[in-house]
Design a protein around this ligand. Sequence first.
Ligand SMILES: Cc1cc2nc3c(=O)[nH]c(=O)nc-3n(C[C@H](O)[C@H](O)[C@H](O)COP(=O)(O)OP(=O)(O)OC[C@H]3O[C@@H](n4cnc5c(N)ncnc54)[C@H](O)[C@@H]3O)c2cc1C
Length: 357
Amino acid sequence: MNHFHELTVARVQRDTRDAVLLTLDVPVELKDLYRYQPGQHLTLRAQIEGEDVRRSYSVFSAIQDDELRIGIKKVAGGVFSSWANEHIVKGMKLEVMPPSGSFHVALAAEHKKHYLGFAAGSGITPLFSIIKSALQAEPESCFTLVYGNRASSTVMLREELADLKDRFLERLSIVHVMSREKQDIDLFNGRIDGAKCHALFQHWISIAEIDTAFICGPEAMMQSVSSALMDAGLSKEKIRTELFFASAPTQQRKPSAVQAAEGRCDVTLVIDGRHQSFSMDRNQQSVLEAGLAQGIDIPYACKGGICATCRCKVSEGKVDMDANYVLEDYEIARGFVLSCQAYPASETLVIDFDQDG
Ligand SMILES: Cc1cc2nc3c(=O)[nH]c(=O)nc-3n(C[C@H](O)[C@H](O)[C@H](O)COP(=O)(O)OP(=O)(O)OC[C@H]3O[C@@H](n4cnc5c(N)ncnc54)[C@H](O)[C@@H]3O)c2cc1C
């Protein structure tokens, strides 16, 4: 399941000056494997200047589209996003893992829901898939999107959003919030932060009518929107978040219980039904790093507790987990952990990468 396959780039489309849209061709024999839920993402891998670089990119096409499309926005000094924007051309083969992620809710034709989305910058990609999929799958549901950007020239998927608005005039409402381009309605100028949300909830959006809110953007924006939604009465369970990038440095983090975990641990990893064992220090490396050092092909991408590509289940023993931006409480209760953030807290450990549910 969690292996890379070569997919051919069928189309490359320049979206904004610093963002590119890619359509990936999925061969018939891989169609089932690459079927996605709205809001899911793909892990891409490339050799860039001799390094194995992996990054996650959300699918922005809708589940009803017979297409697999992603959008990559260049970040300043970014290794993968710069390479992708400058080097990917039509016909090129890319190494891509099948879709994963849980930034979505179940859709059903009989639903009559009001969804609310907050996106900033490239955070529009999973939301676009969720909006388009939901409006098509649920004829009586509606969607309000609040989308933050610097100016209209930097708005990703601008044309696609305008087309969607034309198609679902009555059921889709889009509020563009711009920080460096003045718009007629003052409420729509500035940044999406707590104060902006409170003002929007007073004058524009009735939180009492919202069934589910989705938020995707920088960490600070996600936190302030979440708090504002809860202040306005929306319960935590109705708020779904997807983080692209954590503000704090993630790679140098140390395990929280490091002082309690001395000695060594015998670890067995179960991947594709194969059991691979090794011994590791309990406080030096994460289980992911130790396994990779043994040459084991473990699925991973961000190494920062964000993308969940390295999600696995502890079936024997105990781990301490450091950063976790993605696993829900119920997953942790069932024994799921992120191997990039997991440090052994027992003398033996069996970790299963084949468990999905
Ligand atoms: C689940 C998931 C889905 C994602 N979907 C998309 C998507 O659809 N489109 C998209 O463009 N990106 C998406 N991302 C972000 C993407 O995976 C990369 O993090 C991003 O492209 C930067 O990678 P890079 O190698 O260019 O930058 P790096 O070389 O990793 O970082 C370079 C510098 O930029 C900073 N930085 C890294 N990422 C960001 C960021 N997102 N915003 C601001 N600063 C950053 C770093 O701290 C560093 O200083 C997603 C991330 C996750 C976890």
